[in-house]
Design a protein around this ligand. Structure first.
Ligand code: FEC
Length: 322
């Protein structure tokens, strides 16, 4: 018996895609090689990455636990909101680790799912981020005979903006020693190679749109955008980098209080727990600055409702297209 009967012919698959992370320190090399499209890292690069994971991993890799929890929470949200009669079945598909995107699509097809929506656990579109998830999922879906539609971005969804704004307000309250107006807010996201600008990629503008929407909603005036976690690939990446910007703000503008809000990410993981909580905090300590970071969304109900909402809207598009 195939599981098609299990879900019924009208079930809609939801391919929930995320970056992926190793499951143990001895998997870091294979993971890093996958990120580098099959080119193994040098021993120095590998040691550096293992060292960074070692600093944040306490028996489990945070991104794996968070992605698992997000997929389960989205499934529960879709089940709870099942008023329109559609049954949604979530499958996980990771970019750089198992279960890979292709595994997720195969699992749907094996369960007899013929229609599905794809959504990435990252709100902003770039051809180098969401674009590549979608390309791989689309190719796997065509091979497996699954009709798919994709959510490309949801960076201005009102519930996402609300959840992020509440986090900014909560974090500002941690600066007990100064007025919130004296705190510089830095919205950040993963940098990408500068060549995306020649492609007219919407990524930088979408990130600014999210930043502006939060600033408007919270009434903050002292804010700007900075990039983080740029790769070491020999080409130029988008700047300014958040670390350089903290140094500059302190030296040139006398900024002593800063709040980082990593709007490009939705989970606690390496780029937040190491790059911001360890690396940026060490820099702030050296400069004598008070630096805080907003809490990540993880399974925040407003975020789950954002995802459920965009998945439902895409289902309508899927039906209209078929
Ligand atoms: O916690 C974890 O285990 C994983 C954290 C993690 C997230 C993440 C998100 C994004 N990345 C994006 C782009 C690139 C490009 C390269 C690149 C390289 C790395 C390396 C690690 C890594 N990324 Fe990542 N990224 C995470 C982790 N990323 C580790 C390799 C070593 C290093 O540079 O630190 C460069 C590839 C190359 O070498 O050619 C480009 C983008 C996102 C946000 C969107 C998304 O989540 O998909 C964009 C989380």
């Amino acid at each position: 018996m195939t599981s098609a009967a299990k879900y019924g012919p009208n079930a809609v698959g939801v391919l929930v895609m995320s970056y992926g992370t190793p499951e143990s320190l001895d998997q870091v090399e294979a993971y890093y090689t996958h990120i580098r499209r099959g080119r193994p890292p040098t021993p120095e690069q590998l040691n550096d990455l293992v060292r960074r994971y070692d600093a944040i991993v306490g028996g489990f890799f945070p991104l794996r636990r968070n992605t698992d929890a997000q997929v389960a929470a989205l499934q529960a949200t879709l089940d709870r909101e099942a008023a329109d009669g559609t049954t949604y079945v979530c499958y996980q598909g990771l970019k750089h680790a198992a279960p890979f995107i292709e595994d997720g699509v195969k699992a749907m097809a094996a369960d007899g799912i013929t229609r599905a929506v794809g959504v990435v656990l990252a709100p902003h579109y770039s051809v180098m981020s969401i674009g590549s998830y979608v390309k791989r999922a689309q190719a796997a879906a065509e091979e497996a005979g699954v009709a798919m539609a994709f959510v490309e971005s949801y960076h201005l969804h009102p519930k996402l903006i609300e959840a992020l704004s509440v986090r900014v307000e909560r974090a500002l309250a941690r600066f007990a020693e100064v007025d919130p107006e004296e705190v510089k807010v830095l919205f950040t996201a993963h940098s990408l190679p500068e060549r995306i600008l020649d492609m007219k990629d919407p990524y930088p503008e979408q990130l600014l749109e999210t930043s502006r929407a939060i600033a408007e909603r919270t009434g903050i005036e002292q804010w700007q955008f900075a990039w983080q976690s740029a790769g070491q690939t020999g080409e130029k990446w988008l700047g300014p980098d958040v670390l350089e910007e903290l140094e500059r703000l302190h030296a040139e503008e006398g900024v002593d209080y800063a709040l980082v809000c990593p709007i490009g990410f939705v989970s606690d993981h390496l780029e937040v727990l190491y790059d911001l909580d360890i690396e940026a905090q060490a820099l702030a300590g050296k400069l004598g600055m008070h630096l805080e970071r907003t809490e990540m969304l993880n399974t925040e109900p407003l975020y789950m409702e954002t995802l459920s909402d965009v998945v439902r809207s895409k289902t309508t598009a899927l039906e209209e297209g078929s």
